[in-house]
Write a new protein. Sequence first.
Length: 211
Amino acid sequence: MGQHGSVLLEVRQLSKSFGGLIALESVDLVVQEGTIVSLIGPNGAGKTTLFNCMTGLYSPTMGEVRFKGESLVSLRPDQITMKGMSRTFQGIRVFSGMTVLENVMVGGHCRAKTGLWGAVFKTDQTAQEERTLASRAFQLLEFVGLSGKANEWAANLSYGDQRRLEIARALATQPTMLLLDEPATGMNPRETLELMGLIKRVREQGVTILL
């Protein structure tokens, strides 16, 4: 959708086996910058396994994953996030004991500069950074339509709102590419339609999307 840019993600001959079970075999995929690409397939086709291989949760048995021209195969998930690739998961993963705003701030902490020393001793720089993170997190909640629930417990959100929260948290990592694993699973038709609109708005912000 939209104008195609340069190649952002390239997967070549990617395979993943678990013992004698072949989950992925010789997968090729190219995603161009500025697009929304959807992977179509039945349950069990290996889409989640592919996402896990691309984001460092699994190590491929064979093949290559290149993002912005760099190999991701040997990198940890946090390193891949810092490269600009973020994701959501098929199952809801919110921090139920935290507020909606705090959940989004967690995503932003990957870009924090104060480090462990500042976090332990609560320096002035840490306090300023926390205020900046909170402000940015609130802006993202406005973007996904959850700003009115910023101080509610994440566990109290509806299923559809928890999906929106996950997207906001992923966007807090400042990605150039967002992977959405079965984002509409469990949603009713209205929630699905609203999600489609949100995904389009994310792409309009310059984020390439694979789902």
